[in-house]
Design a protein around this ligand. Structure first.
Ligand code: PMP
Length: 407
């Protein structure tokens, strides 16, 4: 079998991918390259100490490394200032922080009133639906759902017709975790701002596969998880424009987020510290820093081109397999969802696993999208820098076998 000769086929950097295993579940979580593993091992095994508190040298050094991670994350997404980067557990926590802290808290100038509206889309991950439902229930705000185009993009023309002066927040996936469709984020920002609403982008599936510049996109909040970007779990980024973060009350209380505490009253630290109560995921930030260094050394443009080629090859290969139906647009970013007539996606996943091909099968935390597509699950192949044509071929061979087994 021909082995990919693409320069970007970085399999050898990933010790947890054994030879002959086609890992096609990067949209769920990415495998970790050696430099990220090494950074985490060094953080715990050589340089470990707490941050922001110790008066001793080790702690001061670790504080510098931690804050260097913040500056790195800011530069990575084009944020004007490191102070606009809040470390959170992941995208889920970042969205909850914005929903509860900015829109669901009576001390916030963005607190929603009964009759205010929230705009989401039909393809959102549950992480970008449920927090807003909780806030809507608490405040009396209403949720609108932007429809999709026939090929699975958020229909911005339709959204433009739905937006009103009552909309306060538009929250959309930059890239769909199911369909791989890429949002025209700049246009979404213009539409949101045109009615005076803010735009939050869920960048979970975008940052691992394309260059992101929040200033150029014109959004107001951006969230992503490190573990989908070849970094560790338990750490992610909420970026918010400085004036928005400055106006937001704290979400959780505790150590590190205060200015002064007394039983007569407590004052809070400025952002980003105000939103980072408790001892943070110190080594997670070191891992995230290493992950950003890793992808930037390869180049996000190169990664985008590599994954676009794999998506094209996959869609072409799957078209010739009996009864496969492809979902999502032809130019999807790094993700291909499909179904097979008469075969449950879980059976597809199980049979593929027997042939050492790992895909995700299920609703992908996007049940409203499944309902919209009239199915309850898809099979999903998603790509990373370690994948090559051999993985596409292994997937296609596995699906031929599924097709034979199910007649
Ligand atoms: N949004 C999207 C588009 C995602 O793909 C995911 C992860 N599947 C999330 C949000 C949630 O990310 P996490 O579980 O890391 O918080």
């Amino acid at each position: 079998m021909p082995v990919s000769t693409r320069p970007l086929d970085r399999l050898s950097d990933f010790p947890a991918i054994p030879e002959g295993w086609a890992y096609l579940d990067t949209a769920a979580t990415a495998q970790k390259p050696r430099p990220v593993i090494d950074a985490i091992a060094r953080g715990y095994g050589e340089t470990y100490a707490t941050v922001h508190r110790g008066v001793y040298q080790r702690s001061a050094d670790m504080t510098r490394a931690y804050e260097a991670g913040r500056a790195r994350a800011a530069a990575f997404i084009g944020a004007p200032s490191a102070d606009e980067v809040v470390f959170v557990r992941g995208a889920t926590e970042g969205i909850n922080l914005v929903a509860h802290g900015a829109f669901g808290n009576g001390d916030s100038p963005y607190f929603l009133r009964p009759g205010d509206r929230i705009m989401l889309s039909m393809l959102e991950h549950h992480s970008n639906i449920v927090p807003w439902q909780m806030i809507a229930e608490r405040t009396g705000a209403e949720i609108d759902v932007a429809p999709l185009t026939g090929d699975g993009r958020i229909d911005l023309d339709a959204m433009a017709g739905m937006l009103t002066e009552r909309h306060r927040i538009v929250a959309l996936a930059h890239v769909s975790n199911v369909l791989g469709s890429v949002l025209d984020a700049r246009r979404a920002a213009d539409l949101a701002h045109g009615v005076g609403a803010l735009l939050l982008l869920d960048g979970c599936q975008a940052v691992p596969r394309m260059p992101v510049d929040v200033a150029a996109l014109g959004c107001d909040f951006y969230v992503f998880s490190a573990h989908k970007l070849y970094g560790p779990t338990g750490i992610g980024v909420l970026w918010g424009r400085s004036e928005l973060l400055a106006a937001m009350p704290p979400w959780q209380g505790g150590g590190a987020m205060i200015d002064k505490v007394s039983f007569d009253g407590t004052s809070y630290a400025p952002p980003p510290g105000r939103f980072e109560a408790g001892t943070p995921h110190i080594v997670g930030v070191l891992g995230l820093h290493a992950a950003i260094d890793y992808v930037e050394a390869i180049g996000l443009d190169a990664i985008a081109a590599h994954e676009a080629a794999l998506v094209r090859e996959t869609r072409d290969a799957l078209r010739s397999v009996n009864s496969v139906r492809l979902h999502g647009p032809e130019d999807a970013a790094g993700i291909v969802s499909f179904t097979m007539e008469g075969v449950h996606p879980h059976d597809i996943g199980t049979i593929l696993d027997e042939g050492k091909v790992a895909i995700r099968a299920g609703h992908h935390c996007a049940q409203p999208l499944m309902a919209h597509l009239g199915i309850d699950a898809t099979a999903r192949a998603s790509f990373g820098v370690y994948n090559g044509r051999r993985d596409v071929e292994a997937l296609a061979r596995g699906l031929e076998r599924v097709s034979r087994i199910f007649g």
